[in-house]
Design a protein around this ligand. Structure first.
Ligand code: PSU
Ligand code: MN
Length: 303
């Protein structure tokens, strides 16, 4: 398989340093240029500052890259019309020499191929509102059930049907672990009315739980739901009408399939005059720091 490590990641693999995987769909489809590039660089630096090595993952010209050098990261952040790759289409993209950004599902597959156990992102895909008619359920949920990577996210966005998302995760046997609180965090808001199924208070516990699943032969990963720092949150009451408007606009324009999540994120960015992006950046950085701590704790555990 055409798989390449960046120089930094190759060195970390040799020395046994902690590595944190990062997705690239958040760069190409989740944030506008140039903020996407600034955030991608900043998040990598946050991971380095926390004592781990970042591995941003993408498919470029038919090669699966585990870690991008600065030129590759810049090119990806500026490119238009890049494919959004999930489990269904990553192999086709590689086989045909294509270029694509990896979603949570595809990044988990790539991380596992590279022996990386921890992955930081903003939010995972989930069950969309109206899924009873559209059947729009993100492949991210089934990936968490089968690929042994611990994913640090800020809970699920209120653009999703969060109760249904939690039900599917439970059915699929995915541990959903809130960090330091009982409430399931709601991405731009630190808390939601829903209780989290599980709670843990530090990175060492989370690392031990990851290792325990492996020892028990259980497939799949863990979803770590890390609340946005309260100083950076947008209250749910402020967001509710914005989300309703964005959803109505998506429906009116007939947006479906892969286009739904990017459309809603862009529309909410416009409707909040950029405030949603500021919060998104804060929570991704917060998740990167926790993921680095978990990755370091994992390397410290006896094998
Ligand atoms: N949530 C965000 N930003 C994102 C995404 C989710 O806050 O960019 C991306 C992730 O890559 C996630 C994908 O895996 O959207 C889910 O897409 P879908 O709903 O089409 O499965
Ligand atoms: Mn979908």
């Amino acid at each position: 398989m055409p798989l390449t490590y960046s120089a930094e990641v190759a060195k970390a693999r040799t020395s046994g340093a902690a590595i944190v995987a990062l997705e690239s769909t958040i760069i190409t489809h989740g944030m506008p240029y140039p903020q996407n590039l600034e955030v991608a660089r900043q998040v990598e630096d946050d991971i380095r500052a926390a004592g781990a090595v970042p591995a941003t993952i993408a498919v470029m010209d038919g090669t699966l890259h585990i870690g991008l050098d600065p030129e590759q990261l810049t090119a990806l952040a500026q490119s238009k019309g890049v494919a959004k790759l999930s489990r269904a289409d990553m192999a086709v993209c590689i086989a045909t020499g294509g270029t694509g950004a990896t979603t949570v599902a595809a990044t988990m597959i790539a991380a596992d191929l590279a022996g990386i156990a921890v992955f930081a992102t903003g939010g995972i895909g989930g069950v969309h509102k109206g899924a009873e008619d559209s059947f729009d359920v993100s492949a991210d949920l089934m990936e968490l059930a089968q690929t042994p990577v611990t994913v640090v996210a800020a809970g699920a966005k209120a653009i999703l049907d969060v109760p249904k998302t939690l039900e599917v995760l439970e059915t699929q046997g995915v541990p959903v672990i809130a960090v330091g609180q009982d409430s399931f965090p709601a991405f731009w808001s630190a808390t939601s009315p829903l209780p989290a199924p599980l709670r843990m208070d530090d990175a060492a516990q989370i690392a031990r739980a990851h290792r325990m699943r492996g020892a028990m032969g259980l497939p799949g990963g863990q979803l770590i739901a890390n609340p946005i720092p309260p100083a950076d949150e947008i209250p749910a009451a402020v967001l509710a009408p914005v989300i309703a408007q964005a959803q109505a606009d998506a429906d009116a324009h007939g947006i479906a399939g892969k286009g739904v999540t990017p459309y809603l994120l862009q529309r909410i960015f416009e409707l909040t005059e950029g405030r949603s992006l500021t919060a998104n950046i804060a929570l991704v950085r917060n998740n990167a720091r926790l993921a680095a701590d978990i990755a370091r704790e994992l390397t410290a555990l006896p094998v």
